[in-house]
Structure formats: C-alpha cells, structure tokens
Design a protein around this ligand. Structure first.
Ligand code: GTR
Length: 429
C-alpha cells in the first residue's frame, strides 16, 4: 500500500520533475555568474586584428583548428564517397502530398557494420529542385511520422535493470511517437523537403557505444581509442550529417545548395558543429542546444563543462576534459562556433524553462558572433536587448526564446520556416 501511494505521488509529480537529477553545484542565479572575458574572434592568436574578409578566412581556419584540438576533435576527411544503395521511392506518400524516399548508406563494406537509413520527404508537386531541412532524430525514423511506409528500423535501448544497451527492432507502437517535433506536412506545404536519420545509426549515444559506430572505421592499425584531439560522438554525428548531404547532392529533385541543418539539444550542438566544418550547409538551426552548443561556456549558469563531461564522457574529444572547472582557459567559446558558420544564416532558439541550457548564454553567443557577420557585410538584427518571450528577431542571424520547456515544437518550426523563406526564397532563386 505504501509503495502504491509513493507511486501515485510520483505520477502526480511527474510533469514537475526535471528530466534528471540536477547536480548540486549548478548555478541558476544571474548575480552569481562571475565576470568573464571572451576570446575575440576578430583577433588572430598572435594578437593581430582581423580587418578584412580575406583575413577572416585565415582566422576562421585558426578557430576551426582550436575547436578540433580542444573540444570536438578532428573528423576524418572522407577518403571515398560512400556508395548508397538505390533508394526505395514512393511517389504517392502521405495521401499524395509527398514523395517518400528511403535509402541505406553503408559506412563500410562489412554487412554487419554501421549504416545510415536516410528518410526523405519531398513535396509531391515541386516543379524544380527543392530546398531542404536535414536533421538527425533521437528515436528512429519511424517515430518522426505515423506514415506506415517508414521502415521500422533497429534502435538502441537500455535495459532499465541491467543498464546494458542493446540494438533491437523498434516497436511498431512507437510509430509517430516523436511526430510533434517534426511537422512534416507543414514543411512540405511550404515547399521544403525534409531529410532525417536516426543518430544511433552513426554511433549509439552511450559511453562505450563508440565501438558500434563509425569512429573505429578510421582507426589506425592497433588503435583502440581516439587520440586526445580526435573526434567524439558529436563529431561522429556531425560527420554523418555531411554524409547525408553527400547523398542529397546526388538527388536531382533536391537543391543541395539550399540545405538547412537543424537539431534539438545534443543534436543542436551537432548541427552547429556540422555547419561550422562543412560550408556546403547553407544554414544552421540550433534548438535549445545549450552547453557545448550555442550557450557561452564562460557564463557559469546551468550546465557547465564538468557536468557534461561527467554525464556524457563520449560526446567531446578527450582534450575537452582538461577544461572541467576551467572554462576561462578554453581557447574558444560558443560565439566562435557561430562565427565559423558566417556569413551563412544561423538561427538560435531557447526555451524559458530550459534554464539548464542557459537561454541568455545562447542569446549572447549571437551577440558576440555578430561582429564577424558585420565584417562580412551581412545584416544582423538589433541584438542590444534579449527579445521578450515568443518575439523572434531575425536577419542573417535569428533568435527567439519561447515560453515552455526544453523541446522543439510546431511554433519553433514556424520561425525556422519563416527564416528559411527569408534566405532561401529570395527573388531569382
Ligand atoms: C542534457 C544535456 C544537455 C542536452 C540534453 C539533450 O541532459 O545535459 O547538454 O544536450 O541532454 O540533448 O537532451
């Protein structure tokens, strides 16, 4: 009886509980954020100022190396183009509204090795190549939409008792389970396509999951773990996004020069890193990406480096652990990650109740990336004040803070569609 009551209390409390036990040393008091000095993106490491677009191109490479060395690790350059299998195409999907394509992209010749399953929806009535949103998903392609034609793939699940992970066929009852995060019909009606893949296809998201993913495919003979400056899981997922883009480039119905890479939370960190490295991505959208994504690391508010490295030791490169409790020594910060994407448009979004991700820190990264956009002659919105809730600001940079929780919602997508319209649908395109 007592345990029944406890269970009832837990169920009633459930919506109010944070998604995980918050560490005791987390700061949510703005007055306790210590003063910090950000590295200047417009100054070379040797102190010389960056005054021209030409100089910025050199400085950009310097910053990219710093992110590779200290935070995300180096990703291997693709030596060979992966050979995708011929896609399965359904021209009458979603009641005639969409063309659906599904394609298997093996990452090696080993039939048991990792492979990505890319799900693509295109508007059925497009008369010319369409611009796209491309993003990884958390729960498998079948969870993105209830469409019964989506392959029911394998996903990684953790056994709650033994805490061990295994890969198993997804349960058909989870079809469409994440549909609130993927307003497919709306995206199509606005003239865009959507491409998505399950992030666990590239590397499963747990400490020790590396051996089931793509990273070991690039080890030197005898190598068992990445060098301190070699990629972590976020690097692997970002690499996977670039391989998905390789595929989109081969599809004549898609305009691969207008692909926005998008992601929520850890996959928002991934989207930013993908766009920072791969200049083929025409736009980046970071939804609630927080620490290690859009949020300024030097602000000690919400999640910090030591929290993330302790809970997710596989996400960043080994060198990143040197900065636990030492964020001021990190040679980069989030504004430089955004600056790496300049002059391409970047949209950063926060949610009011998502204090763990530090909404103000996410906004400030845009503020401090803006000088790079200005140097490159790109208009930026007025970022003097953080806008009120649910009032987006957008130009080449975009930002909003939405009321509500850590999530990606239909309202968030409305803003991303408006942002994409602004940049992808200008006259002449
Ligand atoms: C949290 C993590 C965040 C964020 C989030 C997510 O637990 O601390 O950095 O990435 O997970 O991806 O859902």
């Amino acid at each position: 009886m007592r345990s029944f009551r406890a269970l009832l209390a837990l169920l009633l409390l459930w919506p109010a509980l944070p998604a995980f036990a918050q560490p005791a040393d987390v700061n949510y008091d703005e007055a306790k954020v210590p003063k910090y000095v950000l590295p200047d993106p417009l100054r070379f490491s040797d102190g010389r100022p960056v005054k021209t677009a030409q100089q910025w191109r050199q400085r950009r490479l310097e910053i990219l190396r710093l992110f590779e060395t200290w935070m995300h690790g180096r990703c291997p350059a693709p030596k060979v183009r992966l050979r995708a299998q011929p896609p399965e195409v359904e021209r009458n999907a979603l009641g005639g509204q969409a063309v659906r394509k599904q394609v298997v992209i093996p990452f090696s010749n080993d039939p048991a090795g990792p492979r990505m399953h890319l799900l693509i929806y295109l508007p059925a009535k497009a008369s010319r190549p369409v611009p796209m949103f491309l993003g990884l998903n958390f729960r498998g392609n079948h969870a993105v939409h209830a469409d019964p034609g989506i392959w029911l793939g394998e996903i990684w699940v953790q056994d709650q008792k033994t805490k061990t992970w295994k890969k198993q066929k997804a349960d058909h009852t989870t079809r469409g389970a994440a549909a609130s995060r993927w307003p497919v019909e709306k995206i199509l009606a606005r003239g865009y396509g959507l491409a998505t893949a399950y992030y666990g296809d590239i590397e499963p998201d747990f400490d020790g999951g590396m051996r089931y993913g793509v990273r070991p495919l690039f080890f030197r003979p005898g190598q068992r773990e990445p060098a301190p400056d070699e990629w972590g899981a976020i690097g692997a997922w970002a690499w996977g996004l670039s391989r998905a883009l390789d595929y989109l480039e081969t599809d004549r119905e898609i305009d691969a020069r207008r692909v926005a890479v998008i992601g929520h939370s850890r996959l928002g960190k991934t989207a930013l890193w993908a766009a920072a490295q791969d200049t083929r991505f025409a736009m980046a959208i970071s939804n609630d990406s927080g620490e290690g994504g859009a949020a300024i690391t030097r602000r000690r508010f919400g999640e910090q480096i030591h929290h993330i490295n302790a809970r997710f030791p596989h996400w960043f490169c080994l060198n990143y652990r040197k900065f636990d409790h030492r964020e001021d020594d990190l040679p980069v910060d989030a504004h430089m990650l955004i600056a790496l994407i300049a002059p391409r448009p970047v949209y950063v979004a926060s949610a009011e109740e998502d204090r763990w991700a530090d909404p103000r820190g996410e906004f400030l990264a845009l503020v401090h990336a803006a000088p790079v956009y200005r140097l490159l002659g790109r208009p930026v919105p007025d970022l003097r004040e953080m806008p009120p809730a649910n009032k987006p600001v957008m130009d080449t940079l975009g930002y909003h803070i939405r009321t509500g929780k850590h999530d990606i919602t239909a309202w968030d997508w409305e803003q991303y569609l408006a942002f994409a319209d602004r940049h992808f649908k200008r006259a002449g395109r």
